[in-house]
Design a protein around this ligand. Structure first.
Ligand SMILES: *[C@@H]1O[C@H](CO)[C@@H](O)[C@H](O)[C@H]1NC(C)=O
Ligand SMILES: *[C@@H]1O[C@H](CO)[C@@H](O)[C@H](O)[C@H]1NC(C)=O
Ligand SMILES: *[C@@H]1O[C@H](CO)[C@@H](O)[C@H](O)[C@H]1NC(C)=O
Ligand SMILES: *[C@@H]1O[C@H](CO)[C@@H](O)[C@H](O)[C@H]1NC(C)=O
Ligand SMILES: *[C@@H]1O[C@H](CO)[C@@H](O)[C@H](O)[C@H]1NC(C)=O
Length: 477
């Protein structure tokens, strides 16, 4: 049942004691869906499975040991009832059980004692196999989810065994004892096969990345911050959810605050993402000097009436065209502090502080003109529609102040209105166009999110979704 759960958890994809900035909740609905998909996969896999050889020896009349081997054991038919799986608080993991499994095998047998060698084929059927497995979830030192088998019990009901081929009377005599012996061996064999599957999954988890580069500058760190929490109806994982600069990773001057993701049992999984994650990204870009841009006239759309040259700026700064006649201008815009996001019920707020340096482009040099300080607040909304994350942004407040001037004092009001117009007519409409198109929700080759909803809450965004796993057996190969 577990591979699908792992798939569900990797969809979304440190140190102990800190608050997780990302929380993932797998609900019972998600668990049952994962189980259902995996059961189909197990059934498919079993139908092509070759089992390990079964061998043993049996003593006849205290005189001789007869060695037997069953090899090339393949499953001919498997009647695989839907298993049950539940969250299991006692071991902080899952409990899985299958009752009434019937399997028919076929293969070859061989028996020898002294120099006598016999062989042939066989048919075997197991009826009413019951299997209970309990696994425990944990966290390894690197913050991976870990999985260990804590208990496995298997019981077989009836075993039916038919030998074909030349048999001595001794062998014929021993058939029922061999059958009993195999019946005794089977539970251990079944459990060790299951434990091997769990160990493979554990290896897969151990190799899973806990760090995902988002672009060439920043990377998202997603190790578990603590032990998985298993409750009656869900599994909760706390992940670090911090974004670091790749070149110079360092901790921001703020911390993730605790938050509680609302329970949404109607969805397979819920994810809560703290505003800390967004702010750690802000901090990383800011402290790597990446929040700056140069703006020249060719970046201002042709329909905008005012051009970025000293002549066109004359009405706003009268002395400019006199001191620097007919020159193109260049603006350097940069953040002067970490842009901070805060998530509130229904809205995302962003407050930005920055500076604008204006230059006149002369033949061989940039002549500095003036420096402005800009303080602006934006308010945004975010939602999921058509499987895409969408949003919209409006500007709340905008203040502009003159900090330095190489061209003497001038009134700032005209410039402020010009900047506001540029924001409202050019920048925000372009941004909102992009946000209206939205961004595709993350998906993997094998899984995608469906029926997703997103709400902004105090301090975090809550995302709930169902998932769709591709049922082909390529999922786990
Ligand atoms: C495994 O489960 C069985 C049946 O519930 C119990 O008797 C046994 O003690 C358990 N073993 C371990 C190692 O927990
Ligand atoms: C404006 O900047 C862009 C991008 O930096 C550059 O490609 C372009 O040549 C510049 N235009 C002028 C007129 O300097
Ligand atoms: C500056 O812009 C005005 C339009 O406002 C234009 O007529 C003029 O040619 C521009 N000057 C330069 C140097 O591009
Ligand atoms: C923007 O918001 C922050 C905090 O929300 C506030 O301190 C600041 O004064 C606001 N800026 C403006 C220009 O209103
Ligand atoms: C911020 O903008 C809102 C609405 O746009 C306005 O009501 C409020 O007075 C502004 N605050 C400041 C400090 O400018």
């Amino acid at each position: 049942m577990l591979p699908s759960l792992v798939m569900l958890l990797t969809l979304i994809y440190c140190t102990s004691g800190e608050n997780p900035a990302m929380q993932v909740i797998l609900t019972n609905k998600g668990l049952q869906y994962g189980k259902h998909v995996t059961a189909g996969w197990i059934q498919e896999t079993l139908e092509h499975a070759t089992l390990p050889d079964i061998s043993g020896k049996i003593n006849f009349a205290f005189l001789v040991n007869i060695h037997y081997t069953f090899s090339g054991v393949t499953i001919r038919k498997c009647d695989f009832p839907e298993p049950s799986v539940e969250f299991y608080q006692d071991t902080s993991g899952f409990k899985m059980s299958i009752t009434g499994l019937n399997v028919a095998f076929t293969g070859g047998w061989e028996a020898h004692c002294w120099f006598i060698h016999r062989g042939g084929s066989f048919d075997m059927a197991l009826f009413g196999v019951d299997l209970v497995s309990i696994v425990q979830l944990g966290r390894d030192t690197d913050g991976h989810l870990s999985l260990t088998s804590v208990n496995c019990t298997a019981e077989t009901g009836n075993v039916d065994l038919h030998f074909y081929g030349e048999r001595s009377w001794v062998l014929r005599h021993l058939e029922s004892r061999i059958k009993d012996r195999i019946k005794d061996q089977l539970p251990t064999m079944i459990c060790s096969a299951l434990e091997e599957v769990i160990a493979n999954l554990e290896n897969y988890l151990k190799d899973m990345k806990v760090n995902f580069p988002l672009d060439e500058d920043v990377t998202l760190d997603l190790p578990l911050t603590g032990l998985p929490l298993v409750e009656m109806t869900n599994l909760q994982l706390g992940l670090k959810g911090e974004i670091y600069s790749i070149k110079s990773p360092k901790e921001p001057p703020f911390q993730a605050q605790p938050f509680t993701v609302p329970q949404q049992p109607g969805y397979m999984l819920s994810i809560g993402l703290s505003d800390f994650t967004a702010n750690s990204a802000s901090f990383s870009y800011f402290s790597s000097d990446l929040l700056q841009a140069f703006i020249n006239d060719s970046m201002i759309p042709p329909f905008f009436p005012v051009r970025l040259n000293t002549t066109s700026m004359g009405p706003f700064i009268p002395q400019l065209p006199e001191m620097f006649p007919d020159l193109m201008m260049l603006l350097q815009i940069y953040a002067t502090d970490i842009p901070m996001f805060s998530f509130h019920s229904g809205a995302v707020m962003l407050s930005m502080q920055g500076a604008v340096k204006a230059f006149a482009i002369q033949h061989t040099r940039l002549a500095p003109l003036f420096k402005l300080h800009v303080n602006s607040n934006f308010s945004g909304k975010a939602w999921v529609a058509d499987g895409r994350l969408k949003g919209s942004v409006t500007m709340q407040n905008f203040t502009l102040s003159l900090r330095a001037s190489e061209i003497g004092p001038f009134k700032i009001d005209g410039l402020k209105n010009l900047a506001l117009a540029l924001m409202q007519i050019v920048v925000l409409p372009q941004l909102n166009d992009k946000l209206a198109t939205g961004f595709a929700l993350p998906r993997t080759l094998h899984a995608q999110l469906v029926n997703s909803v997103l709400t902004v809450e105090e301090g975090f965004v809550a995302f709930s979704s169902d998932a769709e796993l591709m049922t082909s057996d390529t999922i786990f190969s």
